[in-house]
Design a protein around this ligand. Structure first.
Ligand code: ATP
Ligand code: MG
Length: 610
């Protein structure tokens, strides 16, 4: 059709009305289209090597529309321009006294040289790219929230975005569906780019999330594959810890079993605390595994962990962490600190400071009677060389008998009456006796489901006891990969005894140095955020490179939303509560993940859950 014919063509008013936005208004930073508000950004700086699928990543951000215009460059003109640029940058580098200016000039110089080499030697083609992104919201608040999220995501991907302030009308014409090229906007926003980088950014080039050394975990929202290697350390992936939260039945244990199975196959040693009998079926299917009932009593699979056994100090180079407590304390001194936590969890408010001090004195005497003093190298001792609760109780009884001073006698009596429970009373089957288990299996489950009826304090104590056992096993060899799973971790979180949560936080902090991954699973975030334990509970989450949020609602959802600045899209994902679907954090990257068991994995993953 030539221009004359075009001029004669009547305007289709109906169509025009249909595609014309209602009530269009432009402000400095905002475009109003009817009820909707939006802001248009242009990408002002690109990373040196944008990730594969970068356009798709930008386009998949909720409430955004992306528009890309490409103009070819005249290679000779482009090269001439670059050469001029490098000359002037070299001048600046040689003459400027302004450090910041020099650093900027050096960066520009490096990048220009790279492009010149690319064109001259590799015949790579360059184009000018203008990339605009329109972020929308239903009201001002939502717009600001979406813009904030967009900017975070963009900077996470290594880009920088600037609003098209004062030229929103022109930017709108370029970004809107009718896509009209605007020279001024193009010139403001254009960046040169290798054509390969542009192509690699397309949605079809996307690759989900791929760790080449990892295993298949599931798929993202577009069905692309997610493979993960939790022991990979890179960028903001500084440790291998997981924090996993979600309502009952959401698929937390299923996901963890999948991780465990794949880790086990890759040679990682596994230790699990299982208060709900969820891992027994899996464990029994794995060759050479050990399933241990830690609920007390006697029987074939029953095992005991002696709370009074002193663990060897896991060796860490001093240079690694100057204030790591294990470097400064002797094994016995560190053990006393741990015993303090154990007894606090057990006795809660009953143990006044004065009685607690007397208990420490008696314990010191007890260990001395067994030939264990501050300097003793406990790594040489056998399980039977340590005292047990009954020994502590007997020592107290003999002290009562010998003590002449009435007041002290009373103190010993008080103490004996509370230790009695652990030594010969109701809880003795769990806590009294030498450690009877060994961490000599590559897949080990410590089960306490038979303690379901026990009191909260007893459950918390045994949880702590098992966690210490597994920590010691995991830290024994700092080169060996070890994954420790703390399922139903709320059992340890007593707001009255913050030391329990502190221990978990310290474990997670130290795990990295021992090639250990701590997986903490719980139904409720709120449990970790009670005022007295919040400083440890929240750090535990923040310190976990990998976070998995399964379905949740109410206060939990609100907390997650506030703490991790979840978008509406992410919040909806959680409130929909689809079984097996989670919001996965890998460092600062976030994605939807549908956990998928493969046919050969399923027999290990199902069963034992609810
Ligand atoms: N991705 C999945 N694919 C198939 N089945 C799944 C998936 N996730 C979970 N299930 C099944 O759903 C049930 C509940 O899952 P799971 O036991 O993992 O829940 P949970 O979050 O650990 O709950 P709880 O907090 O009560 O322990 C199980 O029978 C499990 O096999
Ligand atoms: Mg579970």
């Amino acid at each position: 059709m030539n221009s004359k014919q075009m001029a004669a063509m009547p305007v289709n008013e109906k169509l025009l009305e249909l595609i014309s936005p209602q009530g269009l208004k432009f402000k400095r930073d905002v475009v109003e289209t009817g009820e909707k508000l939006s802001r248009i950004y242009y990408l002002s700086s690109y990373p040196e090597q944008p990730a594969i699928g970068w356009i798709a990543s930008l386009a998949s951000i909720q409430d955004t529309v992306i528009s890309i215009f490409i103009n070819p460059v005249d290679p000779q003109q482009f090269l001439d321009g670059l050469k001029k640029g490098t000359n002037s940058d070299m001048n600046i580098i040689n003459t400027t006294r302004d450090e910041v200016e020099r650093i900027r000039a050096e960066a520009r110089y490096r990048s220009s040289i790279q492009i010149i080499q690319d064109i001259e030697n590799n015949n790579n083609m360059y184009v000018y790219v203008s990339c605009l992104v329109q972020v929308s919201g239903n009201d001002k608040e939502q717009l600001e929230e979406n813009c904030k999220y967009f900017k975070n995501r963009v900077s996470g991907l290594g880009f920088r975005a600037r609003p098209c302030s004062f030229v929103m009308d022109k930017a709108y014409r370029q970004v809107a569906p009718f896509g009209m090229y605007d020279k001024e906007i193009f010139n403001i926003s254009k960046q040169n780019m290798q054509i390969g980088t542009l192509m690699a950014g397309q949605p079809f080039s996307g690759s989900g999330f791929i760790d080449k050394t990892g295993y298949f975990l599931g798929s993202d929202e577009t069905g692309r594959m997610i493979t993960l290697d939790p022991f990979k350390k890179e960028g903001d992936r500084t440790n291998s810890n997981f924090a996993i939260v979600g309502q009952s039945g959401g698929g937390k244990s299923y996901a963890v079993k999948k991780l465990l199975l794949n880790e086990y196959i890759s040679g990682t040693k596994i230790g699990i605390i299982d208060p709900e009998n969820e891992y027994k079926d899996m464990c029994l299917k794995i060759e050479g595994s050990k399933w241990i009932d830690c609920s007390g009593g006697i029987g074939e699979n029953v095992g005991r962990i002696n709370p009074l056994q002193v663990y060897n100090l896991a060796k860490v180079d001093k240079s690694d962490d100057e204030d790591d407590e294990s470097n400064i304390k002797s094994p016995l001194a560190l053990h006393f600190q741990n015993l303090g936590t154990f007894f606090s969890l057990y006795f809660k408010d009953q143990l006044e400071v004065r009685i607690s001090a007397i208990l420490n004195e008696v314990l010191e005497e007890l260990y001395k009677n067994f030939g264990i003093v501050w300097e003793t190298d406990t790594s040489k001792l056998e399980n039977e060389d340590f005292p047990i609760m009954k020994d502590l109780y007997d020592l107290l009884l003999s002290k009562i008998e010998k003590e002449k001073v009435e007041k002290k006698k009373h103190d010993y009596e008080d103490l004996a009456s509370i230790i009695r429970e652990l030594a010969v009373g109701a809880d003795a089957p769990i806590f009294n006796g030498h450690t009877s288990i060994k961490a000599d299996s590559r897949f080990m489950v410590l089960d306490t489901s038979n303690m379901a009826e026990s009191k909260e304090n007893v459950k918390a104590c045994q949880y702590y006891n098992m966690l210490r056992f597994l920590q010691n096993a995991a830290f024994e060899d700092r080169d060996e990969r070890f994954m420790v799973v703390a399922d139903e971790a709320y059992l340890l979180l007593d707001p009255k005894v913050p030391q329990g949560t502190e221990f978990l936080r310290n474990f997670s902090k130290r795990a990295r140095k021992y090639n250990c991954s701590l997986v903490v699973i719980t139904q409720s975030i709120i449990d970790f955020l009670a005022e007295s334990i919040k400083q440890y509970g929240q750090a535990l989450f923040d310190n976990s490179t990998y976070k998995m949020f399964f379905g949740m609602d109410g206060k939990n959802l609100q907390q997650a939303k506030d703490l991790w600045e979840l978008t509406m899209e992410e919040t909806n994902l959680l409130s929909n509560k689809v079984r097996g679907q989670c919001l996965l954090f890998v460092g600062s990257s976030r994605m939807l993940c549908r956990i998928k068991g493969m046919y050969w994995e399923n027999p290990y993953l199902t069963g034992g859950g609810r």
